[in-house]
Design a binder for this molecule. Structure first.
Ligand code: AMP
Ligand code: ZN
Length: 194
């Protein structure tokens, strides 16, 4: 995949100076030439710094939209565009990908996860990591766009549902295997690699 140069990114109209806060880390990474892989007038695509699969990218909005809870119908064009950037990126690989948003994101600035569905990575360590991509905690881009289109906003997930999803017992996303532990699961995932 071609890497687009750092030149110009630091001059981007909406470039934001990173604050000291950890939740602003993605904004800082938008200016990191080791992480940026592509950009256009409204998005910057970065590699996830702690990838949870062989390929894990984040499509970030240049506009300072804090996250999915701030979205409204005026953002629909951007959301469709972010999905098309994701589709184009995925077409460069043979792997299958998941494209979507965490229902309760931890990091600031709207970001779309583009993640290969092998989930083979040293950074995938916890049940929370696993369930955040393999349960309905992961909202597909299509579902999010539909929700904004229908209701104009994303409703906040209740603490109860959040807790239940994140604590869902481990299960392979490709077969019926029920691992006892994360190391069991990680070993099993290798059996699904071609
Ligand atoms: P979310 O739960 O949707 O907010 O996910 C945030 C993602 O950002 C996670 O997949 C992290 O691995 C990733 N991440 C955290 N810090 C950084 C950083 N400084 N640069 C790039 N990616 C990061
Ligand atoms: Zn399996």
């Amino acid at each position: 995949m071609s890497k687009i140069h750092f030149n110009g990114i630091s001059k981007a109209k909406d470039a934001v100076k990173p604050k000291g806060n950890w939740s602003q880390g993605l904004v800082a990474s938008m200016n990191d030439p080791d992480l940026v892989v592509d950009q256009d007038s409204v998005t910057i695509t970065i590699k996830d710094k702690y990838p949870k699969a062989k390929h894990h990218f984040l499509i970030m909005s240049k506009e300072n939209i804090p996250g999915i809870m701030s979205l409204n119908k005026e953002n629909l064009k951007l959301l469709h565009h972010m999905k098309s950037v994701a589709d184009k990126l995925c077409s460069k690989f043979d792997d299958k990908f998941k494209i979507g948003y965490h229902s309760v994101p931890s990091m600031q600035r709207l970001h779309l996860h583009v993640i290969s569905d092998d989930f083979v990575s040293p950074c995938l360590k916890t049940k929370v990591h696993w369930n955040s991509f393999t349960t309905t905690f992961f909202m597909t881009s299509d579902d999010l766009i539909r929700a904004i289109d229908d209701t104009g906003s994303i409703s906040k997930m209740s603490k109860q549902v959040h807790k239940e999803l994140i604590n869902t017992p481990l299960k392979c996303h490709k077969c019926n295997f029920v691992p006892k532990t994360m190391p069991n699961l990680k070993e099993h995932l290798l059996s699904h690699i071609k």
